[in-house]
Design a protein around this ligand. Structure first.
Ligand SMILES: [Zn+2]
Length: 386
């Protein structure tokens, strides 16, 4: 297996190819845009254009030797870094080696299974030790062309508990890039990058794809029932990586479908007449570890948006189309008003802050359900509780 060719983004490709041909493609780029939309894929496409033996006016040929090596993630001058879980029990020089073998193992996994959901799951970061490896590669002469360094999810260079050292080490490279080295950073949250890194890279926005492009992508790369492909494309918000996250993983729910359903239960409990459902949901969370909570809260916000859209009579704005009739039922039976749903968003932001501060997830979730109830099911001005 090798990487599938890049999907969509035709206009962006055309302008990048023109700039490259004219010698004006900046040597430090920051690709930003929604999660799972294909930013790292786009970075790899630019890297292929740089190493390609016979680039066309539209970009890399994707068939010459260097392009094939790049598509197999085996090109010696394309260096792709991304966040990794911290290897257990390693520090100093050992951490450098352990992270590099973890990166190689992950590249082998991607080679074997290039279609991957953009779900987070475990806690990852880009450690200083990985940037040390990047620096030493950058100080060597390229084997064939380039080199190109890709740093995916670059905002993870500043994980909450770590010092900004990794980001500063990268900054030094961006300030004085050795030889013809190019750097392509990607981020779905560029506001989290150090301002000094932002100011040394040229931003390029990678937008969401049309829903039908995501559908084409799913249908051409996976053997899916068309009903399932359409369902995932509807939920994708224009991101192939997000669409993949909803698809079942063997007998398990997809890595994004599980938190989406959990978030639905939270929204349903918060709007129910009987408050006890909220206690049961909170108790189903572990007493420690914030793993996955931030994804979950993102989905709670999406459900609130959908609930608010239905309450405002704007059904066409509902993202979770598969739940439209349930949402209409809740809004009708539970007398939900759009204005109170809008007030509920602050509760999610509060829960997110608590989760970042490592508060017990059971407490965070029970507090969230209680706060959401308070906002959505508040007494109406006549004093009667709806
Ligand atoms: Zn080529």
């Amino acid at each position: 297996m090798s990487l599938h060719p890049l999907v969509g983004h035709e206009e962006l490709r055309a302008s990048a190819a023109r700039a490259f041909a004219a010698g004006s493609l900046p040597s430090a780029l920051l690709l930003h845009g929604p999660t799972g939309v294909g930013k790292q894929h786009f970075a790899l496409w630019i890297a292929r254009m740089v190493v390609c033996a016979a680039p066309t006016p539209g970009g890399p040929c994707d068939s010459c030797g260097p392009c094939r090596m790049a598509l197999n993630l085996e090109h010696p001058d394309i260096h792709w870094y991304f966040p990794l879980p911290r290897p257990k029990g390693a520090s100093g020089e050992k951490l450098v080696t352990a992270l590099e073998s973890a990166r190689m193992a992950e590249l082998a996994d991607i080679r074997a299974e290039p279609l991957r959901a953009s779900a987070t799951g475990d806690i990852r970061a880009i450690y200083l030790a990985a940037i040390t490896t990047l620096r030493s590669s950058a100080s060597k002469r390229p084997t064939m062309a380039g080199p190109v360094f890709i740093v995916g999810q670059a905002e993870m260079l500043v994980p909450q508990e770590a010092s900004p050292e990794a980001a500063n080490a990268l900054l030094k490279l961006l300030e004085e890039p050795p030889g013809d080295a190019r750097f392509i950073l990607t981020s779905s949250d560029p506001g989290m990058l150090l301002p000094t890194i932002r100011s040394r890279t040229v931003p390029l926005h990678v937008p969401a794809l049309p829903r039908d492009t995501v559908l084409d992508f799913l249908e051409s790369h996976l053997d899916l029932e068309s009903r399932v492909a359409r369902w995932a494309a509807d939920l994708s918000q224009g991101s192939p990586g997000r669409a993949l996250g909803f698809l079942p993983d063997g007998d398990d729910l997809g890595p994004l479908e599980a938190p989406r359903r959990r978030a639905f239960e939270i929204m349903a409990a918060a709007t129910a007449r009987d408050p006890s459902a909220g206690h049961a949901i909170a108790a189903s969370f572990p007493p420690a570890g914030a793993r996955g909570l931030l994804d979950l809260f993102g989905f709670v916000e999406e459900w609130l948006r959908d609930l608010g859209a239905v309450a405002a009579g704007a059904q066409h704005l509902v993202l979770n189309r598969d739940a439209l009739s349930r949402l209409e039922q809740y809004v009708g039976e539970r007398s939900i008003e759009a204005v109170s749903v809008a007030d509920a968003f602050a509760s999610v932001e509060k829960a997110r802050e608590l989760a970042r501060g490592n508060v017990n997830p059971q407490l965070v979730v029970s507090g969230l359900v209680r706060d959401l109830r308070g906002a959505i099911r508040r007494p109406n001005p006549t004093g009667a509780v709806s």
